[in-house]
Design a protein around this ligand. Structure first.
Ligand code: SF4
Length: 380
């Protein structure tokens, strides 16, 4: 096996500080070695709850000298251990809308099915930290069959979203058996695969995987690029393979403090996505998950950013800025027609019910934004 093989990438992931340094000897003696060693407490303190893991490929994208958007997404932070703002591991109530283990049925016509709790890279802002990165909590064969049976017998369901963890951490054989079963259900009009593999391990998109997609198309593949630095030639090749198999490719990203919360960062990402043939679909407000509040951008700032982008960019490049309402209220656009100006702020969902969200983090709270942290970043 070699670096171009996805299994090699997964088997050779850095899971400890020493493995990280072994994969990136070029940072030894420089500012990033100091920065990373200073995070020993964060590495130790978060290990039992949400693991550290990164592929050699994704790690190679990180800067040699500065804490860039790649490092910020993968390095444990002490702020994860002392999050007093968000206290819930599952604020979207995904676990309490689960008719069978591993499948959330929240909207009448859609189900979200967690095919794996493994990912190539563990993103520190992950909204499913409560179970992702723990391989022992992955669904069993019995649970997979129960989920298939549930979908088969509920004809009101028209869309199945395969998510995780990363569903593409399953083998092609398992994916084929699941997808072909779903394709046989004539009440389903849409199957979506949500995956970050084209970003963190593009080697996963092999010719045989693409052939499998071609046999099953149309399927919608939703990727998760957060920053233009992730849009490499390898990723573009992976996207090309998926598109040539007849699938629609969309991208969802998360608005992340210090990573992509500037006009420049958003515009560069959107343009790179379009260059690869990916339609920017959703920009998510970071969820109120315990241990991620240091990534959160306040809502008014997020809305202002959207306004700035709308004026300067073609409509096709603009994702919809959305918030997933705490308590299982569902996803709504962050705009004035859904927003109820109150303290704490509230949103109306698709049924007109009101859901309170966490109050905005005050401006000038001292946290870094992408515009401050990346060279050439543009202030909003
Ligand atoms: S790839 Fe997705 S599910 Fe996996 S850690 Fe990242 S955000 Fe979470």
């Amino acid at each position: 096996m070699k670096a171009s093989d996805w299994q090699w990438q997964l088997q050779n992931r850095a899971k400890t500080l020493e493995q990280l340094f072994a994969l990136r000897p070029d940072i030894l003696g420089g500012p990033m070695e100091k920065e990373i060693r200073g995070r020993q407490k964060a590495f130790d303190g978060t290990a039992h709850q949400f693991r550290f893991s990164v592929t050699p490929y994704y790690l190679s994208l990180a800067s040699r000298t500065e804490l860039d958007p790649i490092w910020r997404q993968i390095l444990p932070d002490e702020a994860e251990l002392s999050d007093h703002r968000f206290t819930q591991p599952d604020p979207l109530a995904e676990e309490s809308h689960m008719p069978v283990p591993g499948l959330t049925h929240r909207y009448p016509d859609r189900v979200l099915w967690y095919l794996s709790h493994n990912c190539a890279v563990y993103c520190r802002f992950c909204m499913r930290k409560r179970k992702v990165s723990r391989s022992e909590s992955a669904p069993t064969l019995h649970q997979r069959n129960a989920a298939l049976e549930y979908i088969r017998s509920n004809r009101a369901i028209s869309e199945v979203i395969l998510s995780g963890g990363d569903p593409l951490s399953q083998s092609d054989e398992i994916l084929y058996s699941i997808l072909s079963e779903l394709k046989r259900m004539d009440h389903l009009s849409s199957i979506r695969i949500h995956t970050r593999m084209p970003v963190t391990c593009p080697q996963r998109i092999t010719a045989s995987f693409a052939r499998m997609l071609r046999r099953l198309e149309p399927i919608t593949v939703v990727t998760h690029f957060n920053h233009a630095q992730e849009c490499t030639e390898q990723s573009a090749r992976a996207i090309r393979q998926i598109r040539r198999s007849g699938c629609l490719v969309l991208n969802q990203s998360v608005l992340l403090s210090g990573i992509n919360d500037s006009v420049r960062a958003q515009r560069d990402l959107q343009h790179q996505l379009l260059r690869m043939g990916v339609k920017p679909y959703y920009l998510h407000q970071c969820d109120e998950v315990q241990g991620v509040s240091h990534f959160r951008v306040n809502l008014s700032r997020g809305m202002e950013l959207q306004k700035e982008l709308r004026g300067r960019n073609p409509g096709i490049s603009l994702p919809l800025y959305v918030i997933d309402l705490p308590g299982g209220g569902g996803k709504v656009p962050v705009d004035s027609s859904y927003f109820v100006q109150k303290s704490p702020p509230e949103f109306k969902n698709f049924e007109g019910h009101r859901f309170a969200v966490h109050p905005d983090i005050p401006e000038n709270s001292g946290r870094l934004s992408a515009s401050q942290s990346s060279p050439g970043g543009e202030s909003i």
